[in-house]
Ligand binder design. Structure first.
Ligand code: CMC
Length: 439
């Protein structure tokens, strides 16, 4: 295969890839666009007329672009993350979660009027239907809050049947507002259920993150007043999690949305994808790991065991980042601010030692394994009082605007179709059924 270029009618050069099929000796020229070839262009490559055509085999979609997107840019080698062009560091420092959500969904930062209207709408859709609350009451007393979140987000679709009106921009807007607004309520109610505490209702006087902390922690006080440092840290953590282009859960959101399912059902699927320890469940796994390591003295042995393949260092490594995850850097800074208020989490020393040893170790250097967003986030969450079971829930709460931005982008993209990959069938050829007694 060799890259070349051909000239079109206007005389401009289109880069192409020349492919020679050594089975037939035939040569094909495939256009290169945005650094990619179209997988469908491979289908013309056939041994004979009856041949289906060449497929690209790519388990885990490690080298397959499923979409063109304008939402988020990542340069994994350089450790760069930008939402709609804005560096994550600037957004975490200067913006707030609702503004970032607007940016992700609409493509531009809001002006003052747009922001106020957006803030007002989201603030006034935080309540959930009382029947949904009863639905939550039906969960076992120690139900994992992430399991509850997955179920209740899906259940929202039964309350808003108009969500199926995918072609109506107003209906789409309404479901986007509801999903962003109700996620913290579902998340906090799931937590309160799991500890048997009565639900704390939303407080419209508070900021998005302040209200979430209110629904989590309010007890007997008439009005909950969030600590401004923790409120700001909560908001920044949500910003850092708000999008990460075509990750497993976002791809799930797009895939479910591609069948024209409503966004609540799609978001429930995305949340389910996020639940796994290789994705949003990793921060929970990091804390378990740090607790198991137990002390700074045991870190070297733990790194040795990870190198021997006995376990994976949770919070290390990333499919895309082959450099320090820029979100992990911001979180490190936040941790110090949070610890000023909460006191230092003793697991921090173990984490810092682990990072230091791993970053200098040949195994990790060779494989470009750096701390990812989950390495330090759990330590902050724990210091803020969140139990580990809430970590993936917090991740999902941050990620919902990203899921929605991609869901909408997918719906409005004329090139998109229902997601339906191909397979390479390597199973048995046709054979006759044999009755159970004769097997
Ligand atoms: N500890 C030890 N070795 C590792 C680790 C780790 N955390 N991650 C990767 N490796 C090794 C792996 O064994 C393999 O080695 P070899 O080439 O000798 O077989 C090599 O590095 C490449 O790993 P991979 O599994 O092929 O890489 P991947 O891109 O498929 O997996 C990952 C990426 C994130 C699933 C993986 O690094 C991992 O399991 N990390 C721990 C879980 C984690 O922290 N997940 C959170 C990801 S960030 C939040 C999010 O976006 O969801």
């Amino acid at each position: 295969m060799s890259p070349t270029s051909s000239t079109d009618a206007t005389g401009s050069a289109t880069p192409t890839l020349t492919v020679t099929d050594n089975r037939t000796g035939q040569t094909y020229e495939l256009p290169i666009e945005n650094g990619s070839i179209r997988a469908m262009d491979l289908r013309q490559i056939k041994v004979d007329e009856g041949d289906f055509g060449l497929l690209a085999y790519d388990p885990g979609f490690k080298n397959t672009a499923n979409t063109r997107s304008t939402v988020t840019f990542i340069d994994g080698d350089e450790g760069i993350l930008r939402y709609r062009g804005y560096p994550i560091e600037q957004l975490a420092e200067s913006s707030n979660f609702l503004e970032v959500a607007y940016l992700l969904i609409h493509g531009e930062l809001p002006d003052r009027d747009q922001y106020d209207a957006w803030d007002h709408e989201i603030t006034h859709h935080t309540f959930i239907h009382e029947n949904l609350k009863q639905f939550m009451d039906g969960f076992h007393h120690d139900a994992h809050p992430m399991g509850m979140l997955v179920s209740t987000v899906g259940a929202l679709s039964t309350f808003y049947p108009e969500a199926k009106g995918l072609d109506d921009p107003d209906a789409r807007h309404m479901q986007i507002i509801r999903l962003i607004a109700k996620f913290p309520t579902l998340a906090a109610f799931a937590y309160r259920h799991s500890i048997g505490m009565r639900y704390a209702y939303p407080d419209n006087d508070l900021s998005f993150s302040g209200n979430f902390l209110n629904m989590m922690w309010k007890t007997t006080e008439l009005k909950y007043e969030p600590d401004p440092v923790l409120e700001r840290a909560m908001d920044a953590l949500l910003i850092l999690h708000a999008d990460h282009e075509q990750n497993c859960s976002t791809t799930t959101m797009r895939a479910i949305g591609s069948s024209d399912a409503d966004p609540y059902s799609a978001a429930a699927g995305a949340a389910a994808a996020l639940y796994g320890p290789k994705h949003g469940g990793a921060n929970e796994a990091v804390l378990r790991m740090l607790n198991e390591i137990g002390s700074v003295d045991n870190v070297a042995d733990a790194v040795k065991a990870a190198k021997n393949g006995e376990f994976r260092l949770m919070g290390f490594g990333h499919r895309v980042y082959k450099n320090y995850d820029p979100r992990a850097k911001v979180i490190q800074g936040l941790a110090h601010e949070v610890f000023e208020v909460t006191g230092k989490n003793p697991l921090l020393d173990i984490a810092v030692e682990l990072e230091q040893i791993a970053l200098e170790d040949e195994y990790f250097v060779e494989r470009k394994l750096y701390p990812n967003v989950d390495f330090y986030s759990g330590i902050i969450y724990q210091a803020m009082g969140f139990p580990t079971s809430m970590f993936p829930v917090l991740f999902a709460m941050g990620r919902i605007p990203g899921w929605l931005a991609h869901w909408q982008e997918n719906l409005l993209d004329d090139e998109q179709a229902i997601v339906r990959p191909r397979q390479l069938f390597v199973g048995e050829d046709e054979r006759d059924y044999v009755g159970i007694e004769d097997r």
